[in-house]
Design a protein around this ligand. Structure first.
Ligand code: SF4
Ligand code: SF4
Length: 275
């Protein structure tokens, strides 16, 4: 089973929840940090990394000896990664999304395959938990290929906890699109509600079952709860706003170690989702 933990908004406690679920799950468990721009699950799980795999994408390299400057490659590229003017052609590999469209339309076979490194996948273990995350190369803008590379290491038959990037754009879709269930972590503030609505819209479009966890319950107002009730969305847990939790977080202590009393709630949640 693939269980993704996502949030429309950054800083809501997504990793706190994902790590807690991994620590409370029994059997074969894998934690995957797909927040490749800023992975931080390793700070809490402290895994031993045993394998590093460089992730590269294929980018065009123009062979000007064969090129007729027809412009077909430029026209098909939605990302302006190729320009052609007169008898000059230029490729900008850092803008390339590796869709391979230009390779397909070039009748002259004037485009060779080059490589661009996008980041690294690291694998290891944290106690009995299998661990995997991606680290995007500094300056790299395109994270979905690295997220896909991370997900290639999903262990079949394990309970896989996918820690998704924040937001509702391509990196989130790349993470959650084949998940069996998604937990949306939000906070009871107007910003939390706004971004929760966007995330719910995406999941409904993808037709993935989901429920909500409210973090820092006690701050803000009850608009998130009222909206979830109106929409028929299940709120599975409310994590209290507690200074002790914030202090534990600052020391990279997992939530279920700072507040051991919350362990039973996470165990029950996993049981409900599994059923
Ligand atoms: S499609 Fe091929 S031949 Fe045409 S401009 Fe691009 S590289 Fe050159
Ligand atoms: S592979 Fe796709 S994104 Fe990259 S330059 Fe070619 S058409 Fe553009």
């Amino acid at each position: 089973m693939k269980l993704a933990v996502a949030s429309g908004k950054g800083g809501t406690g997504k990793t706190t929840v994902a790590v807690s679920l991994a620590l409370c799950a029994t059997g074969n468990v894998q934690y995957m940090d797909c927040d490749v721009e800023e992975p931080n699950g390793h700070l809490f799980l402290k895994p031993q990394i045993t394998e590093r795999i460089t992730c590269k994408v294929t980018v065009p390299v123009i062979n000007e000896e064969k090129c007729t400057y027809c412009g077909k490659c430029r026209d098909i590229c939605r990302f302006n990664a190729i320009t052609v003017f007169g008898k000059t052609i230029m490729a900008f590999p850092e803008l390339c999304h590796a869709c391979r469209g230009c390779f397909l339309v070039c009748d002259e076979k004037a485009i060779d395959e080059g490589e661009r490194e996008v980041g690294v996948v690291e694998k290891g273990s944290a106690g009995s938990i299998s661990f995997c995350h991606g680290k995007l190369r500094i300056g790299e803008a395109m994270s979905p290929p690295l997220i896909k590379a991370v997900k290639k290491h999903i262990i079949k038959d394990a309970l896989v906890i996918l820690d998704a990037p924040p937001g509702t754009t391509c990196p989130v879709i790349a993470t959650v699109k084949d998940a069996d269930y998604v937990i949306l972590v939000t906070e009871p503030t107007p910003f939390g509600l706004n971004d929760l609505k966007l995330a719910v819209g995406v999941l409904r479009k993808l037709d993935i079952p989901f429920s909500v966890i409210i973090n820092r319950h006690g701050i803000g107002d009850d608009r998130v709860e009222r909206w979830c009730a109106e929409e028929g969305i299940d709120i599975k847990m409310k994590i209290p706003f507690d200074r002790k939790i914030a202090e534990g977080y600052a020391k990279a202590q997992p939530l279920v170690e700072t507040r051991t009393d919350l362990r039973a709630s996470f165990e029950q949640l996993l049981e409900e989702i599994r059923q």
